[in-house]
Every structure is written in C-alpha cells, then in structure tokens.
Design a protein around this ligand. Sequence first.
Ligand SMILES: *Cc1c(COP(=O)(O)O)cnc(C)c1O
Length: 296
Amino acid sequence: MHNFPVYSPEQALHLPLFSEKKVEVWVKRDDMIHPFISGNKWRKLKYTLQDALENNTEELVTFGGPWSNHLLATACAGALFDIATTAFVRGEEVDNPVLKMCQLYGMNLHFVNRTAYKDKNSLFQQYQQSNTNNTYFIDEGGSSILAAQGCAEIITELQNHYDHIICAAGTGATVAGLAKGLLSTGKFNTQLHVIPVLKRGEFIIDEMKKLNAPIENVHLHTNFHFGGYAKTKPELIDFIKTFVAQSGIMIEPTYTGKTMYALHALIQTNQIRAQQRVLFIHTGGLTGLLGQLNLF
Ligand SMILES: *Cc1c(COP(=O)(O)O)cnc(C)c1O
C-alpha cells in the first residue's frame, strides 16, 4: 500500500485572549503528519500519487518556487514510493536548504526564468518528449481535484463539532477540500474562514468553484497577507514570537503565522464570539522557516 498512517490529533489550545473572550480554540495538527511531506502537502499528494501509480508512472514532474514546501514533499514522497521526481524551479539558479533536501531525496532540479515558468504545460510537454520515462504532471502547489479530495479527509477525521474552521490558502485546493468535506459530512453550520496569503486573494473563491467546492459558508479575509506572498511585517514577526513561546506550537510567517494572526484578530473583534468552538488547521510547512530565521 502506497500510504502511511496519518497522525494528526485535535488539540485544545489555551491562551489568555481565548479565555478572556470565552472562545474554545483547537488545533488540527496536520504539521505532525510527516516532517517533510508536511501538513496539507501529504493530503494533496495522497490521491495524486495513487493515480500516478495506477497509471504506471515512473517519474513525477512538478513546479514551484525555490522555498516550496510542495517540492520538498514531492521529492520525499517520490523517494518513499520509488518514483523518480523532477522539478522546474522558478527563477535563477540558487542553492538553499529546502532545495538541498529535495536533491538529497533524489529530485532533479531545472531552474527556469519567470517567463518560461509561466507556461508549465509547454515545459512539461518538452520534457516529456525528451524523456523515455512514463511521466506525470503535478501542478504548482500540488493543486488539483484529487488534491482537494485528499484535503476533505481533514474533515472526515474530526472528533469534535466546530462552529468555525480557519485555514490558510495559497492555491485554494486545501480550503476547497475542507468545504467539500463539510458538505459531504452534513456539517452545514460550520463557518469556513479562509486566509489568502497572497495579495488580491479574491481569486481563491474562483479556484474553489473550479474544484467544485461549495462557497455558501466561506468567509474570505483578504486583509491578512502582510504585503503579499512570503512578505512579512514586524508586527507579524512579533506576534509569531509571542505565540510560539506561549503555546509551544511552531508556526511560520508565510502561511500559519498569518492565519493564526487572523484568528486572534477575529476573536479580538468578536467576529468569533463567546461560547463558540474554533478549529485552526495547522497546515505544516515549517521547513520554510529555514530561510526566515534571520527575521526573528
Ligand atoms: C502550501 C501550503 C498552504 C497552501 O495550501 P493551498 O492548498 O495551496 O491553498 C498552506 N499552508 C502551508 C503550510 C503550506 O505549505
């Protein structure tokens, strides 16, 4: 079986703001699934890998930036499940700890400039033609309908009922899966709060629709991007410092830090109210910190 057991407990999180506001906060610890196939990246790869293997795939071909959690997850999964991996990396050739670990897992890296990177289908087709392996295309960030199907399992695993769920969005595949999971399990009253980590996050709704996700209970909060993808501000860094020391749960500035900041703001402003129970999805991705420790 090309799978491994998922360990992702729901843990209560006690902080002074939450008790003051009488809000119950829990964390779904998807960050504990695997150190390198972290969080939602395993969720997104699970059915994709199954499909690849059913199609006798010998090589996965995927795309990402030089700090991509998705590239590292794909590299590690390829090594575990005995499939070669190749990545097209956006931008000029660089060397960093994440890409080093990708190579350790045996991934082949091809650096491409931003213009060429935009046309992923043509990069894939050219590569396929020059290659004798049976190749399989995985989009940037691992986003697809199969990815959303895997993310829906975050919901089907839940032990408790929640009034609110809050989660980061990059491509939107993870939150699409959450919305689908809420519908399929009949949790019609759970409100899904989505925090785009990029500027102009309105596009997440379109992405969710493309992945056939219902959007009735979705609340999109587009004002927590802190300047854009992988951008930060001193107040975000200060917030993360305090949170990590108080909670014992590591978060990072690109995804989970922005989302935890947003959760605090929603509770502070009573958009999430007393006696309600919230679930924060910890989507993992902590290796991104390797490039950001100098910020702290
Ligand atoms: C990739 C990633 C996301 C974004 O997930 P999408 O499905 O692309 O929206 C969120 N959090 C972390 C930690 C990630 O690595």
